[in-house]
Design a protein around this ligand. Structure first.
Ligand code: ADP
Ligand code: GLC
Length: 492
């Protein structure tokens, strides 16, 4: 099949979080199973420029605020996947992807409208239409919205279906109603059954309504988002489409995330030979500013966007009890100023034990995965989560809240089987008790080694999840063929 991915970030071109890891890896797994896959991404300042394609690939984008022009750059082919970069410097040649200094760019609706239109216009210039356009999150929700409203009379996309993947329901793309004509949409779409959401335009809602199928990134999260607690106001819209909604847990690409080959860590190691892990632990603690590391103390690692979603307010509430224990916390992250401040203040208060770097630093992220003993994700909600999966591969035991993908991927350790520790209630006492339980097992070397091995032997690589996506693509493809045959029979 011909599959086009439209996304706002993807490694190695751009990244703020796990979406980029998925968009970097899933297409490769699809290409490996014989599909033709192209990936369309914006060309940001952080993206290395590609080769600008000849003039014919320059696109005119009719937005009411005026015509915009985008050039398509060739991002090259790797592992059978061709990447194209939408170059529109006014919108994307900026410091951040979505925001700067914690504030969203005020023209985000226009930016991603331009990107979505550019994707459709670029695809239209190919000789053959895609069978599937696979969109991700609110930034590309306008692709199905445009396709089903502006391109309905366009025979080119007649056989094209849209699969929309929700990576995080917490980000929906809310804009004032007057944005509709500015992004080329009719105000008639501003209804309860359309894009209206509590007096605002909600682009994610449009993505859910106008796509042929919706997935999210774990089985548990697919259930959770149909409830008021996790649905962020869209639970009704999602439930109404539950026959076309499925959870598929993310895979991971072990290429860059394997302790036996990782070039960013102090020493390599494997389940058969764990010696290198102690070298990594020592190097990590020294690197994070501990002059004489006590290697018998457990290190709890954190690598995260600092956002409300991630549950760090729980740590603040148990900081005193935690710091009275014999352990280190090594945290890396960046994001909302409130949480950056929280981590900075904990580091200032407990300088010998609470080690923090407020930054985006891929090398240190790998070093924490390798050097820590445990990995903490007390998320309020977590659509999938990738770090707990990377952690298992690195023999770094996940301590997580049982929500979304964290619940689907971490099995509680029972002394023999299991890969980590989890708690259910979003409460400081529950987190504290779970960390205490983990440390108790840490003090029993044989049991701990068993636990590390269990995690290291798990396989979360992409092929099995990619197969589930292919099944959906095939169903959509068949549905389209059936609909076409029915239409032809009705109008011979
Ligand atoms: P989310 O997408 O919600 O941020 P995930 O666990 O799915 O959470 O993915 C996070 C990804 O981003 C991981 O690859 C992680 O290593 C990376 N990451 C997050 N914060 C940082 C940071 N400060 N520095 C380096 N990498 C980071
Ligand atoms: C989102 C989610 C995260 C998920 C990632 C990739 O950013 O917050 O849980 O792993 O997308 O799907």
């Amino acid at each position: 099949m011909r599959i086009a991915f439209a996304a706002s970030e993807g490694v190695p071109f751009s990244k703020t979080g796990g979406l980029a890891d998925v968009v970097g890896a899933l297409p490769k797994a699809l290409a490996a199973s014989g599909h033709e896959v192209q990936v369309l991404l914006p060309r940001y300042r952080m993206t290395k420029p590609g080769r600008t394609l000849p003039e014919s690939k320059s696109l005119t984008l009719p937005l009411a605020s005026g015509f915009r022009f985008a050039a398509i750059q060739d991002g090259g082919e790797a592992d059978g996947v061709h990447t194209y970069l939408v170059d529109c410097p006014d919108f994307f040649d900026r410091e951040g992807l979505y925001q700067t200094s914690g504030q969203d760019y005020p023209d985000n609706a226009l930016r991603f409208a331009a990107f979505s239109l550019a994707c459709l216009e670029f695809l239209k210039r190919s000789a053959t239409p895609p069978d599937i356009i696979h969109c991700h999150d609110w930034q590309t929700a306008l692709v199905p919205i445009y396709l089903r409203n502006l391109y309905t009379g366009d025979g080119f996309f007649e056989k094209t279906s849209v699969l929309f993947t929700i990576h995080n329901l917490g980000y929906q793309g809310h804009f004032p109603p007057h944005i509709l004509p500015r992004i080329g949409l009719h105000v008639g779409l501003f209804t309860v059954d359309g894009l209206e959401f509590y007096g605002k335009v909600n682009l994610l809602k449009g993505g859910i309504i106008f796509s042929d199928f919706i997935t999210t990134v774990s089985r548990k999260y697919a259930e959770e988002i149909q409830t008021p607690e996790f649905g962020c106001g869209l639970q009704g819209v999602l439930s109404a489409r539950s026959d076309r909604l499925q959870g598929i847990v993310n895979g991971v690409d072990y290429g860059p995330w394997d302790p036996s080959t990782d070039k960013l860590i102090a020493a390599n190691y494997s389940p058969e030979d764990l010696k290198g892990k102690e070298t990594c632990k020592k190097a990590l603690l020294e690197n994070m500013g501990v002059a004489q590391p006590a290697l018998d103390r457990p290190v709890i690692g954190i690598v995260s966007r600092f956002a409300r979603q991630k549950g760090f307010d729980l740590i603040a509430e148990i900081a005193e009890e935690l710091m009275a224990m014999d352990l280190y916390i090594g945290a890396l992250g960046t994001g909302e100023p409130e949480y950056e401040e929280l981590f900075r203040s904990l580091a200032a208060k407990y300088p010998d034990k609470f080690l923090v770097k407020v930054a985006y630093d891929n090398t240190l992220a790998h070093q924490i995965e390798a050097g820590a003993d445990m990995f903490l994700m007390p998320s309020r909600y977590e659509p999938c989560g990738l770090n707990q999966i990377y952690s298992m591969k690195y023999g770094t035991v996940p301590v997580v809240r049982a929500t979304g993908g964290l619940d689907d991927t971490v099995e509680p350790f029972d002394g023999k089987k299991g890969t980590g520790f989890k708690f259910s209630e979003y409460a400081p006492a529950a987190l504290l008790a779970t960390i205490q339980q983990a440390i108790e097992v840490y003090r029993q070397p044989k049991a701990w080694r068993q636990l590390m091995h269990n995690g290291m032997r798990k396989d979360f690589s992409w092929p099995s999840s990619a197969k589930q996506y292919v099944k959906i693509y095939q169903t959509l493809h068949k549905d389209k063929a059936k609909a076409k045959a029915a239409a032809e029979a009705a109008n011979p």
